[in-house]
Design a protein around this ligand. Structure first.
Ligand SMILES: [Zn+2]
Ligand SMILES: [Zn+2]
Length: 405
């Protein structure tokens, strides 16, 4: 019943769109010259068509057995509304939500925007990180330029440019049964970092594991890919995004000692304490950095539970890995339920991983599936980014020579 309706609705949309297109072709001149309003009429239809996932969201919510979130929210941070976030008043109903409790995690908020240098270019880029936050009835809406709060390297996708991104995160994540987890996109955005930059899935345009490639595990003969500082680079449309790490969001070079963003490395991170929040998955659950609490409450680097298949090297992306329960600390989605400094009573959360329990690559690096129901409006479709995997290689900007350090 639901599915038929969905198809019907889809066909209807396609039909309406074709009709509009036909009308526009026939009356092209009058449309453009005398009726500028027709452009506005077309736009919403196009937007609707580019969001086929919304119907899927409804279907999956109806079909899935939603269990209440297993979260005991700690209310000790009640002082949070006395506002780290300028001009953001947390409504009462949102104060004890995950987004409300973690409101201080956001960087680049008003008054804290940072001008950032793209180290791939030799000129002053004048690109700025900026994040603004609005609560609506059940979502946290994040508007951002997509520029991180640290200097970056665009790499071959040069160059990072300010985006006009809007991310929507559920205030109260709804956990689903494990057999109903929805897969995160393997390519394109899967989460948003607390500085407003995008977090992408593990695969790059040609389908290889971008991180395994970066670590020289295989030769990419389809399209040159290069990751920069902190596991990020720029893609089609100039959108900066992370494929792994992202922990430098909370690492700041000691400029008085002559340090710069180039000096960032994973071994400079604080491994003695639990990592702070580095982002939010599209289901609303937080993503913490590398270091978390093990089952004994000791801090150590969290490991993923995917094993590289025999003879594989990441060339085939996700197809080269198999989930093995218990191999590392985390589950198939790359998260676990447990205490964090923000939620001493426990919460489901993801971790950024660079190592697997097998000792190999920490695939999937951030989020592989969603423990809760994701807001699919965040996926690439409809945001002018082309398909989730980025544009075909022929449409990508030409590669630039790597910057020498
Ligand atoms: Zn990428
Ligand atoms: Zn953890």
């Amino acid at each position: 019943m639901n599915i038929s309706y969905m198809f019907l609705r889809k066909n209807k949309l396609v039909f309406i769109n074709s009709l509009t297109f036909l009308a526009c072709s026939m009356f092209f001149l009058s449309c453009n010259q005398n009726q500028p309003a027709s452009a506005t009429t077309i736009a919403p239809i196009q937007n609707q068509q580019t969001k086929p996932t919304s119907a899927t969201t409804i279907t999956s919510i109806q079909n899935q057995q939603v269990k209440p979130a297993e979260i005991k929210i700690n209310t000790k941070k009640e002082s949070v509304e006395t506002d780290a976030i300028n001009n953001t008043i947390i409504p009462n109903y949102a104060k004890n939500t995950i987004a409300g409790i973690l409101i201080d995690a956001w960087q680049c908020i008003e008054g804290q925007e940072i001008l950032v240098q793209d180290l791939t270019t030799s000129y002053a880029d004048n690109i700025k990180c900026s994040v603004s936050i609005v609560f609506n009835s059940d979502k946290l809406v994040v508007q951002t330029t997509g520029i991180p709060n640290h200097d970056l390297e665009s790499g071959f996708g040069c160059c990072a440019s300010e985006q006009n991104r809007e991310w929507s995160l559920p205030l109260n994540p709804l956990a689903v049964e494990s057999n109903n987890y929805s897969m995160a996109p393997k390519r394109g955005p899967v989460a948003v970092a607390v500085n407003g930059a995008a977090i992408y899935g593990p695969e790059e345009g040609p389908g290889g594991d971008a991180v395994a490639l970066h670590y020289g595990k295989f030769i990419e003969d389809r399209q040159p890919i290069q990751l920069g500082i902190c596991g990020g680079h720029s893609g089609p449309g100039g959108e900066y995004h992370y494929h792994y790490d992202a922990n430098c969001i909370h690492w700041h070079p000691d400029t008085s000692a002559g340090e710069s963003a180039n000096d960032y490395s994973i071994d400079k991170l604080d491994s003695k304490n639990h990592s702070p929040v580095i982002g939010f998955a599209f289901d609303g659950y937080p993503i913490y950095g590398f270091f978390g609490f093990d089952t004994y409450g000791n801090v150590r680097e969290m490991t993923s539970s995917y094993r590289l298949n025999d003879g594989a090297n990441g060339y085939n992306g996700s197809d080269d890995y198999t989930y093995e329960k218990g191999l590392g600390d985390l589950d198939q989605c790359n998260g676990h339920f447990g205490a964090t400094p923000d939620f001493p009573n426990g919460i489901y959360h993801y971790h950024s991983t660079i190592k697997s329990g097998s000792g190999d690559m920490g695939f999937p690096y951030f989020v592989y599936c969603y423990y809760g129901i994701p807001d699919e409006s965040n996926y690439s479709e409809g945001q002018g980014m082309g398909p989730a995997g980025g544009l075909p290689s022929s449409n990508r900007p030409p590669p630039r020579p790597p910057r020498r350090r």
